[in-house]
Design a binder for this molecule. Structure first.
Ligand SMILES: NC(=O)c1ccc[n+]([C@@H]2O[C@H](COP(=O)([O-])OP(=O)(O)OC[C@H]3O[C@@H](n4cnc5c(N)ncnc54)[C@H](OP(=O)(O)O)[C@@H]3O)[C@@H](O)[C@H]2O)c1
Length: 279
């Protein structure tokens, strides 16, 4: 996985068509606006015009009257529809795609080759696998680059995700690991945070105090590792006094199988992604 510098790319004249601004397409559109795409240059087409207008208003972007209007003159065409819809949508858009546009699919389980097969052979196709924390600029995006994507288009895609958190290049084989590690991970972390908050309440703290302490501690622990570069085992051992409270808690955590549970959740998500890709 590699990161790409996007410092010098001016997005103010870049035109983006967002076809399908739902739970994932919406945050992707917002992150592109945050990166510097102008609201008048981000055109949204959902299934019907009223839905496009609602999504455009929510995002502070522009509703297109139709899918064909949205993609007219676009540099990047983002496909945010459900995986089962994507190949029909690509077939519908095929003849209207502007020269030089990159088609960027957000769909899980539909490969670059499947999309490429529905388009002219020289069409530039890429995939992005984002997670929902991109909506607060703290997400992760895995970018998969098709053979016809030029270096300039590839740099443009990175620039469009420059406000998302991190955007890394991955292969289509790595996307399954990426889903276990980042795509599905927010839900696992939400569940762990919920469990910690519930237990803090049982131990006697008010729920709002419990929630803020847990969230601050999870955020702080992650930031500490990122900023110091310390290995998690070293950071953990540094707060484990002999016979103290933390080692007692850690021993209980290991006896309850926390590692096995986390590994099983990540492996199940990755396996499920692999099965979806096989159809
Ligand atoms: N949710 C996630 O965490 C996540 C993460 C990574 C990738 N993804 C991928 O993101 C994609 C979208 O998932 P989602 O959860 O965002 O689904 P969603 O909330 O149902 O959004 C789908 C969007 O597609 C629009 N749409 C449906 N048919 C359309 C058509 N014919 N033309 C134009 N727009 C159309 C819908 O508009 P209406 O509201 O008007 O029907 C809606 O805005 C999927 O391919 C999924 O694999 C999702």
């Amino acid at each position: 996985m590699t990161d790409t510098s996007t410092d010098s790319i001016d997005l103010s004249a870049i035109r983006v068509a967002l076809i399908g601004a739902g739970n994932m397409g919406g945050p992707v559109g917002r992150t592109m606006l945050d990166a510097g795409v102008r609201p008048e240059n981000l055109r949204i087409a959902n299934s019907i015009p009223t839905s496009s207008e609602r999504a455009a208003e929510e995002l502070g972007a522009t509703a297109a009257a139709s899918r064909a209007e949205a993609i007219e003159g676009a540099d990047v065409v983002v496909l945010g529809v459900k995986p089962y819809q994507i190949l029909d949508l690509v077939a519908e858009l095929r003849d209207d795609l502007p020269d030089g546009a990159v088609v960027l699919s957000l769909a899980a389980g539909t490969t670059l080759a499947q999309i490429q097969d529905a388009l002219p052979s020289d069409a530039a196709v890429a995939r992005a696998m984002p997670n929902t924390p991109i909506s607060v600029g703290e997400g992760a995006v895995g970018l998969m680059r098709g053979d016809a994507v030029s270096d300039e288009q590839h740099a443009l895609l990175h620039a469009l995700f420059s406000s998302a958190g991190v955007a890394v290049d991955i292969t289509e084989e790595q996307v399954h690991a990426f889903i276990g590690t980042a795509g599905s991970m927010p839900a696992f972390v939400f569940t762990i945070i919920e469990a910690m908050t519930d237990e803090a309440v049982r131990l006697g703290l008010k729920r709002d105090l419990a929630a803020s302490l847990v969230q601050q501690t999870v955020r702080g622990a992650a930031t500490m590792l990122t900023e110091s570069g310390t290995h998690p085992a070293v950071a953990k051992n540094a707060v484990s006094s002999p016979g103290g409270t933390t080692v007692q808690g850690l021993a209980a955590l290991e006896r309850e199988g926390v590692r096995a549970g986390v590994a099983a959740a990540m492996a199940a998500a990755a396996d499920s992604s692999r099965a979806m890709s096989r159809g």
